[in-house]
Design a protein around this ligand. Structure first.
Ligand SMILES: [Zn+2]
Length: 85
């Protein structure tokens, strides 16, 4: 199985490339879960990961891509990136 990388915004563990390179530049991939586009949503649109995560939660945590995994659990994936209370 190919290695996967985690979205730092929503915790989705399905990226096939690291979202940022060693210099912190986005790779222009779009997260299939929260829709964050690394290098665009942050650099061009000005959303931090935390802001976008909150927007995504407020919007009902919808899967953005058309191939939603049948066992997808948005709350479980969020627990990977949210600080413990
Ligand atoms: Zn994401």
């Amino acid at each position: 199985m190919a290695p996967t990388y985690m979205c730092p915004v929503c915790g989705c563990d399905g990226l096939d490339e690291p979202p940022y390179d060693a210099e912190g530049l986005g790779n222009y991939d779009i997260c299939p879960s929260c829709g964050y586009e690394y290098g665009v949503t942050d650099d061009d649109m000005g959303f931090t990961h935390e802001e976008w995560r909150q927007r995504w939660i407020d919007g009902g945590m919808r899967w953005r891509h058309d191939s939603k995994p049948s066992n997808w659990d948005p709350v479980a994936q969020l627990s990977r990136v949210q600080p413990k209370p």
